[in-house]
Design a protein around this ligand. Structure first.
Ligand code: PXL
Length: 271
């Protein structure tokens, strides 16, 4: 056991295999000791017609007080869907107070996909995320999120020249590594990786599968985070994460539209 304790700060969507219900098992599967701080509890994710929402932020101070008394500290953080600036402020407080030395902050700035913002998000939220990612060691936006953060139009096809422009703009917002997901080339899909140590952009591509599911970004980020926190390079962590997500999509039946059946992939890896 590597002993890395990772705190996932995201919502609990009670139904729908995304955010904490996906990130937690995936981090555990890949060897992380996991902890969670739910930002809010939703009946289900927002792909469904209707959802309920219970804000957990009013409880945070009590949680912090207990963590202080119990001397609880973390080696890493995986953040995804937050939904309000308040959670960014509270997360910053957590990074400052509950981090082991060298703790890493991984932010997937979840707010949109396919050229559009998710329901409930607006330009003001995007501006808040622009500031928040200055705290990150790694950001993992998809193309849509990267374009909104960089204040550039979302293109029909995102070629390498456009990725370079995006990365140059994002580098003014964060000193962390930038991993843009959903980059396409020659019928393949993958990631553009810009490490702080290097000017070159690395690319990792895998087979593009013609199906779309909620939660695959969360699973990608959790898989990458577990491998990177364990010492793998960003490129190797992306390779494993891309393969894992592709396997999850392949394992998912047509009668299961709201998330991927990652459980089958985990179970088969034990055989
Ligand atoms: O998978 C990202 C995500 C997480 N949490 C909630 C969501 C979504 C995507 O839409 O609705 C509540």
């Amino acid at each position: 056991m590597n002993g890395k304790k990772v705190l996932a700060i995201q919502d609990i969507s009670c139904v729908g295999q995304c955010s904490i219900t996906a990130v937690l098992p995936v981090l555990s599967h890949f060897g992380m000791e996991t902890a969670i701080l739910p930002t809010a509890i939703l009946s289900n994710h927002t792909m469904y017609k209707k959802w309920s929402y219970f804000d957990f932020a009013p409880e945070f101070e009590n949680v912090f007080e207990a963590w202080r008394v119990n001397d609880i500290k973390f080696n890493g953080y995986v953040l995804g869907y937050l939904g309000s600036k308040r959670y960014m402020e509270l997360s910053e407080k957590i990074f400052n107070e509950f981090s082991e030395q060298g703790a890493k902050v991984i932010i997937d700035p979840v707010f949109g996909d396919n050229g559009k913002l998710y329901p409930g998000f607006d330009e003001k939220y995007v501006r808040a995320v622009r500031e928040f990612i200055s705290l990150a060691d790694v950001i993992v936006p998809n193309i849509t999120e990267a374009c909104f953060l960089a204040d550039m139009p979302v293109p029909e096809k995102c070629d390498k020249a456009y990725v370079e422009e995006l990365v140059a703009k994002l580098k003014t917002l964060t000193k962390g590594a930038i991993i843009i997901t959903g980059v396409e080339e020659n019928g393949k899909i993958g990631e553009a990786i810009a490490s702080p140590e290097s000017c070159a952009i690395e690319y990792v591509f895998d087979e593009k599968l013609p199906r779309f599911f909620h939660g695959t970004g969360d699973i990608f980020t959790a898989t990458h985070a577990a491998h990177w926190l364990n010492g793998a390079s960003h490129a190797e962590s992306c390779r494993v994460a891309g393969r894992f997500v592709a396997d999850c999509i392949r394992a998912t039946g047509d009668n299961h539209p709201y998330g991927v059946q990652f459980e089958d992939v985990m179970r088969s890896s034990l055989k």
